[in-house]
Design a protein around this ligand. Structure first.
Ligand code: PMV
Length: 325
């Protein structure tokens, strides 16, 4: 009872920010992302009666207690679905450099869901896999699919209609995503805590809820018509709006650092010079820049001239979950 799966991470274009159910990871709003080709997790799961309890190794080392607990709890979903009671050993290799400013939870839980389900002989559809991955980390439900992916928030209280769908395969529209590192220390407020505090205390959260569906529809239209300018505008505005909700939280959450601001101004200046480049920022200080492949080299070089920039890694749309033998 062993299987290995690989999942890429994703970057949200329209952000998931806020849960309506903390246990089932049900979102307040629909979101949209691109699965990336560069950063991934490979996970092997083996259910095994010889073990006394679960074990979890991350990058060849025993995982921390916090990480272990999350994984072991997640395995309980699989055991319940499959009707098995066996412990499992989980081995994960994370090629999501934290130094690149990406969270590894999306690729991590997508790979874990796929490997564990297969190892438990569960024959799940992609939709079912997406629902399962969502319960490890919300954004993981989108990494089941490649390319441009939507996550419809759903309305059911059991989460049965809250899962991801592919909007456009990765090979259908190539754009460039540059991951710009300006801060490598761990952020003080996790996205899980940040979104909860915002929902509970920010007077600006209502404004988010009133407008995010429209942003989502606009981004979908832009992807359908491959209109990069339309997509870039709504992506940048939506990211700023998410951060604005956090500034109103109590206590306020400010993820940006001076380098973050420097990149934002730089990208807006590039646009004035005629280059279509747009930024988006998750719950952290690092910035992702979207541009057309024809501008990739010049945007890359211009970013490297900024003193605040520690590194730039370029990605493109990548594939969904795959199984390795
Ligand atoms: O699913 P989580 O807990 O990794 O939260 C993701 C939150 C954002 O990255 C800020 C937005 C998103 O949609 O990925």
């Amino acid at each position: 009872m062993q299987a290995t799966a690989k999942a890429n991470t994703n970057i949200a274009l329209i952000k998931y920010w806020g849960k309506r159910d903390d246990t089932l990871f049900l979102p307040m709003n629909s979101s949209l992302s691109i699965t990336l080709d560069g950063f991934y997790t490979i996970t092997t799961v083996e259910f095994c009666k010889e073990l006394a309890k679960d074990a979890f190794f991350l990058n060849n080392r025993p995982a921390s207690e916090r990480e272990f607990n999350k994984v072991s709890q997640f395995l309980n979903h699989i055991r319940n679905l499959a009707g098995i009671h066996l412990p499992a050993v989980v081995t994960s290799e994370n090629k999501v450099p934290t130094a690149a400013g990406f969270a590894s939870s999306a690729s991590g839980f997508a790979a874990l869901a796929a490997a564990a389900a297969k190892a438990a002989n569960l024959e799940l559809s992609k939709k079912e896999l997406s629902i399962l991955a969502r319960q490890g980390s919300g954004s993981a439900c989108r990494s089941i699919y490649g390319g441009y992916v939507e996550w419809q928030k759903g309305i059911e209280s059991d989460g049965s209609d809250s899962f991801a769908n592919q909007l456009l395969p990765e090979e259908d529209w190539n754009i460039s995503i540059l991951s710009v590192l300006v801060a490598s220390e761990e952020k003080k407020v996790s996205s899980r805590e940040g979104m909860k505090r915002t929902v509970d205390t920010s007077p600006f959260y209502d404004g988010w809820l009133h407008t995010v569906q429209k942003d989502f529809e606009t981004a979908k239209e832009a992807i359908k018509s491959k209109d990069f300018e339309k997509l870039g505008k709504v992506v940048e505005a939506n990211s700023l709006k998410m951060h604005a909700t956090m500034l109103g939280a109590e206590p306020p959450i400010l993820y940006w650092q001076s380098g973050t601001m420097e990149i934002m101004h730089h990208i807006q200046k590039l646009r004035l010079s005629g280059i279509l480049a747009y930024f988006t920022i998750d719950a952290g200080a690092n910035v992702k820049v979207l541009c057309l492949p024809s501008d990739e080299q010049s945007v890359y070089e211009s970013l490297l001239t900024l003193p605040a920039v520690q590194s730039v890694i370029t990605c493109h749309p990548g594939s969904g979950v795959t199984y390795l033998s």
